[in-house]
Design a protein around this ligand. Structure first.
Ligand code: DLL
Length: 433
């Protein structure tokens, strides 16, 4: 099912006209209501009336995470905070979080884009939506919740954690769609195996997994072990939360709901807009939001766009799965590397589990990377030589995939921390070295 065929399957030219109109209105509103944008727009000598095509996006100012911090908490709101009905926040690794505000119209738009997301994952009003994304300031829980209700699903607002209870509820309530981070989906499967819970007792058909990078290998593992169709869903607090883009049944990229969020790809170093099909940093402009519409927000996520028609009938452009962010790219002996590239290798090795951590240290001026990965249960009691052979196999596969040799350490099953939300894959010990 396509939730909103009018917009999702609209003629591309017609949607472009709609987007230009909406962009113009948003820029006009920002230049009146948000002093910070008024100053940036006048520095760039752009006025709303100058915008006649989407190419004019290039003349608009960027918004960065630092700009949001500088304007914390309400400086970039386009309406007074007391006209908002909700806020969410992104955790952020340092300092203050980013606060995103929602007017009631924004909550409605969000529910619509989530309903589209659920439909992309094969959902309909008869589904029982088991929502194990965290509820609270994080956008995952409440985001999926409102879209699920709008669609008419039976929403189970279980939030993250207490995996045994999650399994019981999925069985008892007949959950058909699982929503959580991909790493938590793997944790659920592991725990089921550990406590002897037969996954055949639950009747899931699909899963909506996102909020962190995951690999094709992780998809295969989740699909096989849960017997479901696993869909990648993408979004970020600054733009709205989940519901920015979602993978349809074709699983050939995530459709971006560009009648609300207009994507661009730029060169992260120069800020230049890149031609269609080139990989770079994803940038979004919100063209329908009332409380917190950002212009050209730099996501730091690396991807590329595909404007070809999709077999599902949707005409909205697709983004390639996000494999990493400009700020979690590791540079090891001059080679650029994303944690997800290591994951891709590990998941193809039978003797290890999909639980890993990357530990960074510094020796002299060189960064060192140690890949710690759990061996499958039963393997650890095996002979040292056999374990060494597995370590060597991993070293070689990583070396041929990314071009450098890294240290590999096999660890006992269940020793790497499990997460109910986003997994933390990189432990950076470089400061202490
Ligand atoms: O993670 C929103 C979300 C909730 C998306 C539930 C999907 C499902 P933030 O906490 O603000 O919002 O984090 C946003 O997470 O810039 C990406 O780096 C990363 N991210 C989100 N979805 C994906 C995905 C939510 N499908 C940041 N693949 C983004 C890879 C993702 N990375």
């Amino acid at each position: 099912m396509i939730w909103d065929p009018f917009y999702e399957c609209m003629d591309v030219e017609q949607r472009a006209e709609l987007k230009v109109r909406r962009l113009r209105e948003t820029v006009a509103r920002l230049s009146v209501n948000v002093p910070w944008y008024r100053d940036r727009l006048s520095e760039n000598s752009v006025e709303a009336g100058d915008i006649s095509s989407l190419d004019d996006l290039q003349h608009l100012p960027f918004t960065t995470k630092e700009d949001l911090r500088d304007n914390y908490p309400f400086g970039l709101f386009a309406i007074p905070p007391d006209e908002c009905v909700r806020i969410h926040a992104s955790s952020g690794t340092t300092g203050k979080p980013v606060i995103a505000g929602y007017a009631s119209e924004d909550i409605s738009i969000w529910a619509q884009t989530i309903a589209r997301t659920i439909a992309c994952g094969g959902g309909n009003s008869h589904d029982v939506l088991h929502n194990a994304y965290g509820y609270g300031l994080f956008t995952g829980g409440l985001g999926l919740h409102y879209g699920g209700e709008l669609m008419g699903c039976l929403v189970v607002p279980v939030s993250g954690g207490n995996t045994e209870r999650q399994l019981m509820l999925m069985e008892d309530l007949g959950s058909s769609i699982l929503c959580c981070t991909p790493s938590y989906a793997l944790t659920i499967v592991d725990e089921a195996e550990e406590i002897g819970f037969d996954l055949g007792r639950i009747n899931l058909k699909s899963g909506l997994f996102g909020a962190e990078p995951w690999s094709e290998g992780a998809r295969e593992a989740i699909e096989e072990r849960l017997g479901i169709s696993a869909h990648d869903i993408y979004g970020l607090t600054e733009i709205i939360g989940p519901g920015v883009a979602a993978e349809c049944e074709a699983k050939a990229g995530l459709h971006i709901f560009d009648d609300h969020f207009v994507p661009e790809i730029i060169d992260p170093d120069t800020g230049e807009t890149l031609p269609p099909g080139e990989r770079g940093e994803l940038v979004f402009t919100c063209i329908t939001k009332r409380a917190f519409p950002l212009l050209r927000f730099r996501t730091r996520d690396i991807t590329k766009l595909d404007f070809e028609p999709c077999e599902c009938g949707r005409t909205q452009p697709r983004m390639e799965r996000v494999t990493g962010r400009t700020d979690d790219m590791l540079i090891i002996r001059g080679v650029n590397l994303f944690p997800s590239q290591i994951e891709e290798v590990l998941l193809k090795i039978e003797e290890v589990e999909p639980h890993y951590q990357l530990v960074l240290t510094r020796e002299g001026r060189l960064d060192q990377l140690e890949v710690q990965v759990e061996v499958s249960p039963g393997m650890f009691s095996d002979q040292v030589r056999q374990l060494e052979a597995i370590e060597e196999k991993i070293r070689e596969r990583i070396s041929s995939a990314v071009g450098i040799r890294v240290d590999v350490k096999l660890v006992e099953p269940k020793t790497i921390e499990r997460f109910a939300g986003k997994a933390k894959r990189v432990i950076d010990n470089r400061e202490e070295a």
